[in-house]
Design a protein around this ligand. Structure first.
Ligand code: ZN
Length: 158
């Protein structure tokens, strides 16, 4: 496994639509392994392939619960309900947080690294993370969805 550099705000790759994965090969496995290591070191809850410079529909989520790391290849939100509004950040936008409204519950259909289809449900933070990462695959970043950005004082109260 190897760490990958995380693309930062201003890089055009973050605005591009990713292409579906069609080959479930060793290269995909290496990408997923590298993304997992990169996410762990960066201490985030999710990472999408375009954030490491790869325009493919691949993302990972790990909110630190019992379910652990979730690998999503070609994910699609097939159902959503409820609403939540809260602070959201992104590894590509260090030290920036915005208030973003997301569904409270989502159901995602995706494939695993071997191409097997599955569905997975997310609630609360996990639903937020799924939405945030899948947005990345469509070239959408959280700042575009934020009602407002938090000031530094709100992020770290004095
Ligand atoms: Zn992000």
């Amino acid at each position: 496994m190897a760490l990958r550099d995380i693309v930062k705000e201003g890089d055009k790759i973050l605005t591009k639509t990713c292409r579906p994965v069609v080959k479930f090969d060793a290269k995909l496995a290496v990408l997923l392994d590298d993304m997992a290591e990169t996410l762990k070191i960066a201490d985030g809850v999710g990472l999408a392939a375009p954030q490491v410079g790869i325009l493919r529909r691949v993302c990972i989520v790990d909110i630190g619960d019992d379910e652990g790391l979730i690998e999503l290849v070609n994910p699609q939100i097939i159902d959503e309900s409820g609403k939540q509004s809260g602070a959201e950040g992104c590894l590509s936008f260090p030290n920036q947080y915005g208030v973003v409204e997301r569904p409270m519950f989502v159901t995602v259909k995706a494939q695993d690294r071997n191409g097997n289809e599955f569905t997975i449900k997310g609630e609360g933070l996990k639903a937020r993370a799924f939405c945030h990462e899948i947005d990345h695959l469509n070239g959408v970043v959280f700042k575009e969805r934020a009602e407002r950005m938090l000031s530094p004082e709100e992020v770290e109260p004095a």
